[in-house]
Design a protein. Structure first.
Length: 320
């Protein structure tokens, strides 16, 4: 039996579309910043703790807020407000990062941020709390929605996912509940969420994996529309050991010809990512040379590595 009122049935008739329905708007853009940040979507940026994910996020926030091409190559299609929620930096440490980038890029009046480590922040950090079988939204969930409604951001950054999540990161049903809340905010406010996520420590040991080992429920990865990985690559440059910041797009549900340019190997100077063609060429060549000479993986040699593969927590290659 279909338990719908006449009003509900009428509404459902109104919203169903037929083929290329003329009622559907064709306006808008698939991207906020092409090809890294799609519009009205969930994006996951993951890498090892301390690798520089927060620096990249701030750099992207400045590009979107100021309407400037990221590293001079990747265009902002939708300039606007960025809301940054950090649960890992005190206000003093976070503003020090902003001071460094502002000295290079100038003011970004479209960036607003909150640290839940601020002594004046009145609530717990997590969006959900679980008591036995009962899962409830917290005041922080209300605070985030309040800020989104007030400031109308195009991008909301949660740094990091595990701090704001508050539930069992390996539980599929709980991960779905978290994503359902973000999706409801996307529908209501037409923003994108960028979630910073830590990879497992095994990613450091298994350094040959380009994308690292994803931590937590597969829902976080598979139901995101885009996955970006961030990794530090050391190589020799004129007799010195230097570090390139490798940005890979491991999953993309929206097409852009610029996707073919990734991975990118960038310099990082005073809080800024910089594209340098010769620097990238050396980093890429040396990483590829190392891979050619690495010993082949012996199946079953390491129980933890085998378990990781069995659990399908790592992802290789690009998906368009």
């Amino acid at each position: 039996m279909i338990r719908l009122s006449n009003e509900e049935r009428e509404h459902l008739h109104k919203i169903i579309k037929q083929n290329n329905d003329v009622r559907v708007s064709r306006e808008g853009d698939d991207w906020i910043l092409e090809p890294l940040i799609p519009s009205e979507a969930i994006v996951v940026l993951d890498g090892l703790g301390g690798s520089g994910k927060s620096w990249l996020s701030i750099d992207l926030a400045f590009a979107i807020g100021q309407g400037t091409d990221f590293v001079g190559r990747y265009p902002v299609r939708k300039q606007g407000v960025v809301l940054y929620f950090t649960a890992e930096e005190t206000p003093r440490r976070f503003v020090n990062r902003l001071d460094l980038i502002t000295s290079a890029d100038g003011d970004n009046e479209n960036l607003y941020w909150i640290s839940t480590l601020d002594e004046e922040y009145p609530y717990e950090t997590s969006i959900f709390l679980k008591d036995g079988w009962r899962i409830t939204k917290t005041k922080t969930a209300d605070a985030i929605e309040f800020y989104i409604n007030e400031y109308k951001p195009v991008l909301v950054i949660l740094d990091s996912l595990i701090n704001f999540y508050g539930l069992n990161e390996n539980d599929t049903s709980e991960a779905k509940k978290f994503y359902e809340l973000l999706t409801s905010w996307i529908k209501a406010y037409h923003c994108t969420f960028l979630l910073l996520h830590h990879q497992t420590k095994d990613s450091l040991r298994l350094s040959r994996e380009d994308d690292g080992i994803f931590r937590g429920s597969i829902v976080f990865r598979e139901q995101a529309r885009q996955r970006i990985t961030y990794k530090n690559i050391k190589f020799e440059d004129n007799g010195r050991t230097v570090t390139a910041r490798k940005i890979s797009i491991e999953k993309a549900n929206y097409y852009s010809p610029m996707l073919e340019e990734f991975p990118r190997y960038l310099r990082w100077v005073d809080g800024k990512h910089i594209y340098d063609e010769q620097f990238e060429k050396k980093a890429r060549e040396q990483e590829e040379a190392r891979k050619r000479f690495q010993p082949k993986k012996i199946q079953g040699n390491n129980k933890q590595e085998k378990k990781t593969n069995d659990d399908s927590t790592n992802l290789t290659g690009k998906t368009f």
